[in-house]
Design a protein around this ligand. Structure first.
Ligand code: MBD
Ligand code: FE
Length: 313
């Protein structure tokens, strides 16, 4: 049976009361957004003839999503983080601040307060002896190609199981997470291990919905970056390693052509020796171009809930 009730005075009146339109207190912006949101949900129920069973399934789905801590994982899977990036790119364009290395999504797995070092850091704790050693290096420059010294390059990535320290409690504190200040030539170098791609928890809420969409929940091997320096736009980005099955098929939509980086196997013992290594390794180069701005609000990362953010390191 198909019934149409959205146009009735009863439903209009209900939505206005739901959103607190007839109340003095509260927040006007929230009222307007909740009014639109609930209207659109009601409209979906009408247009798709959503049954009571389906409706309650959706309500308990949201409950479970919160219980297993996956709300900020479903968001990128549904393209929401990517959509915010598209908007920020368009805002930059409008403000004449486009250019430089492109942004891409932060993801839900950053931890604030990683150890800081100058020029070089070892990121892995050495516990994974079978992992391929990675030398990650690059130069931070401005739009004229001039080196940017003392930029903070905050790097984080997964281990060979695709797991991130802190969220994976079997890893040591801040494993595979470091902040490196660029040297006088704008250069940073990290010794770490080549990460594996990420897969959503197979029994989790995110994967359950992706299954209903006929989609996988995998990300290619990738490395996250925040790059910050006073006088420049804060940059949130990632690189995706070339040649991964998911490099161009990321469930979180974070891949951008300019951010796909080749990993080069180096067999030359003399080059290994330069990094104190006695076996072949893989070099990953990522050079970063920052865009100057005098707007202080664009110089630091936008607020969001992040692990250990605002706590003494
Ligand atoms: C990740 O490692 C990630 O970067 C994103 C965006 C989502 C899930 C896991
Ligand atoms: Fe990630």
């Amino acid at each position: 049976m198909t019934v149409k009730t959205m146009h009735t005075a009863d439903v209009k009146d209900l939505l206005e009361k739901v959103a607190g339109f007839n109340q003095e207190g509260g927040n006007e912006r929230v009222k307007k957004i909740v009014h639109r949101l609930m209207h659109d949900i009601f409209q979906i129920v009408e247009d798709f003839d959503v049954t009571a069973e389906e409706f309650w399934q959706a309500v308990y789905y949201v409950g479970d999503l919160g219980k297993n801590g996956e709300a900020a994982l479903l968001a990128p899977g549904l393209g929401m983080d990517k959509y915010l990036d598209i908007r920020m790119d368009a805002e930059d364009e409008q403000a004449g601040l486009a250019g430089g290395t492109p942004r891409t999504i932060e993801g839900p797995l950053y931890v604030a307060g990683a150890p800081m070092s100058e020029g070089f850091a070892r990121m892995d704790d050495g516990s994974d002896e079978s992992a391929e050693t990675m030398i990650l290096t690059g130069q931070v420059t401005d739009e004229n190609g001039q080196p940017v010294a003392n930029a903070v390059v905050d790097v984080w990535h997964a281990n060979t199981m695709g797991n991130y320290s802190y969220f994976d409690q079997s890893q040591t504190d801040y494993n595979l997470r470091r902040r490196i200040k660029t040297d006088e030539n704008g250069r940073y170098t990290a010794r770490s291990i080549i990460p594996a791609g990420y897969g959503c928890p197979p029994e989790g809420s995110t994967q359950a919905l992706l299954n209903l969409l006929g989609r996988h929940g995998n990300r290619p091997a990738h490395i996250h970056f925040f790059i910050a320096k006073p006088g420049y736009k804060h940059l949130t980005t990632q690189i995706n390693l070339a040649g991964d099955e998911y490099t161009y098929d990321d469930f979180a939509f974070a891949t951008r052509e300019e951010l796909v980086v080749e990993a080069n196997r180096i067999e030359d013992p003399a080059k290994a020796e330069q990094f104190g290594l006695n076996k072949p390794f893989t070099e990953v180069e990522f050079n970063i171009q920052l865009v100057a701005t005098d707007k202080p609000e664009l110089q630091s990362r936008h607020e969001r809930k992040r692990a250990l953010e605002g706590e003494a390191a």
